[in-house]
Write a protein that binds this ligand. Structure first.
Ligand SMILES: [Zn+2]
Length: 593
């Protein structure tokens, strides 16, 4: 049965280019999942965009002497180009500085406010004593009052994951100049998270056995200390507060995390408008049978497993104060929060300032997108923190993509093309022929089940086992020695090509670019698996901006399809680049090691 599946992908922050650690957490996993779901016949809506508000963008813009908007414009484009280059099949990748996003954010705020889940409160805000300016939360550092970690920031402790207010920090210091901030009274709006303690508790308990255990455990731990959270800031860069007396205050804006999570909904609404059916988004957000999967790195679990569900419940009139749904109607909460752990680089934390980094763009200039996608799927931080090393990247590229999969494709297709020019007919099958065909055909169900549960490492390992068994079969059958027995040679090559076709299908979610090539080599017509493209769009004739979108209704289906004897074959081109072992040293020297 076809299901509506929302793939909600974390919003990359537009204060600089993204590195491979970022895309291993949110980008590649969400695309593998979406491509599989489309192949399985489901209706996927994959949305995201650049997160462009907040103090880090303002601070970076000040440093560069440009406006926050100019900085966001620049990195919105850079990031959209990089994600397109990786082949990520967004139905819409947009940005948070659109009029549509402002309007939807304000609607959600209003709905929560009208139901009593948002209230004003006078709090203490940090001021720099030397400049008199508001000191942004993230630029205050101190000791976490909850876990004692001494590198906690004013908005969050990275050690225990709790949301913080700067005034809670022990020994607060400005990260800009080291001075001790002073705290003055300022009025802000609070999201009443304790009013959702019961609904969040039963919501999370119902996910036992379904979510990755580390994600659920983390989310359940957060429930122990739910406090009202400030959702506005003293800042002029962000979404205005949609209430009389607040709307026109140039120094009060909604806090960036509040508007960023609403992006999933606003992007869905923008996609629907652009598709010509403005209500189409409702199928993914209001249909009770629809499923919503949220992909991110683990530093974002708190926003997706606690705050965003609370906002959706409250907007829908569910919580300790009840209420009624806002103007958009009741909205679905996430079905699953799929969080990855962290990727490190050669044993160190990624750091742009210390040049422990490789940006997506630089990676794609030197290596294939599928080579990175493969590495992330098979060796990425799915369940634990994982180290990226250039040596392992080269080993896996050369040993697995080139020597196992590329070689199987190349030798089966080239031998069949050279000897017969087309897919050969199979004669009587031997036990070995039948065993391999059954093994390959039988892999669709288990590989698909792993993909459906976002267990990507298991899925690609199982698919590669089929590739390895096919190579073993060819080594045993030795069709190249059967010049005097063309009938047997035909049968072997027919079996090999059938397994190549099956493996190509199973590897499509991971390796869409090379699977499209295999599809063409096997004489397939039309688009197999659609690729994303960038388009320039605007709102009501306003300033154009780039989005990622695409037509992903290719021929790819998650099923064994019998190959047709007589289909013409062309001599194959190499699928993957074999890498010179020297690149390890070259890359390490770029890292300054
Ligand atoms: Zn802490």
């Amino acid at each position: 049965m076809s299901q509506h599946i929302l793939t909600a992908v974390a919003w990359p922050y537009a204060n600089g280019p993204r590195h491979i650690g970022h895309v291993s957490g949110f980008g590649v996993p969400s695309d593998v999942f979406s491509r599989y779901q489309r192949m399985a016949g489901n209706k996927v809506l994959m949305v995201s965009g650049t997160d462009e508000h907040g103090t880090p963008i303002q601070v970076q813009a000040d440093k560069e002497g440009v406006s926050a908007r100019e900085l966001a414009d620049r990195y919105n484009r850079v990031i959209a180009e990089d994600l397109t280059g990786l082949g990520l099949s967004y139905d819409l990748f947009t940005r948070t500085t659109t009029k549509n996003h402002y309007a939807v954010t304000q609607q959600i705020f209003k709905g929560l406010y009208d139901n009593g889940y948002i209230f004003p409160k006078t709090t203490m805000g940090a001021i720099s004593p030397s400049t008199g300016r508001t000191l942004p939360d993230r630029y205050i550092e101190g000791t976490c009052p909850i876990c004692g970690y001494d590198g906690a920031r004013g908005d969050q402790c990275d050690n225990c994951g709790n949301q913080l207010d700067p005034i809670q920090l022990v020994n607060p210091k400005s990260r800009i100049n080291g001075e001790t901030p002073v705290f003055v009274e300022t009025e802000h709006f609070m999201l009443d998270l304790p009013a959702f303690a019961d609904v969040l508790g039963s919501y999370l308990q119902s996910k036992q056995g379904e979510w990755r255990p580390n994600v659920l455990k983390f989310a359940l731990n957060l429930l122990g200390d739910l406090q009202p959270r400030a959702i506005s800031r003293d800042l002029d860069w962000g979404v205005p507060i949609p209430l009389d007396g607040w709307r026109d205050q140039s120094n009060k804006r909604l806090y960036v995390w509040f508007d960023a999570v609403i992006g999933y909904l606003s992007a869905s609404i923008e996609w629907a408008r652009r598709s010509g059916d403005p209500d189409a988004w409702r199928q993914w957000w209001q249909n009770p049978d629809a499923r919503g999967y949220y992909f991110m790195g683990k530093d974002n679990i708190v926003f997706h497993a606690e705050i965003w569900p609370a906002m959706l419940f409250g907007y829908s009139g569910i919580g300790a104060r009840d209420g009624s749904p806002g103007s958009l109607g009741a909205l679905n909460v996430p079905s699953e929060v799929v969080s990855s752990e962290f990727l490190t680089m050669e044993g160190k934390k990624f750091s742009s300032s210390r040049q422990v980094v490789i940006y997506v763009r630089d990676f794609l200039a030197r290596y294939d997108a599928d080579a990175l996608r493969y590495y992330i799927a098979v060796a990425g931080p799915e369940n634990q923190d994982t180290d990226f090393t250039w040596q392992e990247f080269v080993n896996r590229n050369n040993g697995e993509l080139v020597a196992a999969w590329g070689n199987l494709v190349n030798r089966s297709i080239s031998m069949a093309a050279k000897n017969f020019g087309a897919v050969p007919e199979a004669g009587d099958l031997t036990d070995a022929d039948r065993a391999l065909l059954e093994r390959s055909r039988g892999a669709f169900a288990p590989v698909g089940a792993e993909l459906n549960r976002s267990r990507f490492k298991n899925a690609i390992t199982e698919a590669f086992d089929v590739v390895r068994e096919a190579n073993k079969y060819l080594a045993e059958q030795e069709p190249w020695k059967l010049k005097d027995d063309p009938e047997r040679q035909k049968s072997i090559l027919h079996v090999a090509l059938q397994v190549v076709d099956d493996a190509k299908t199973m590897l499509t979610p991971f390796l869409p670019g090379s699977s499209n090539k295999v599809h063409a080599m096997l004489g397939g017509e039309g688009v197999w698996s659609g690729m994303p493209e960038m388009r320039e769009v605007d709102e009501d004739g306003g300033t154009p901006y780039p989005v990622i979108t695409g037509d992903y209704d290719g021929a790819a289906r998650w099923e064994h399809q019998p190959i047709k004897p007589g289909t013409p074959l062309a001599p194959p081109v190499p699928l993957f680049k074999k890498l010179d072992p020297k690149v390890v040293d070259e890359e390490l020297s770029r890292l300054g090691q």
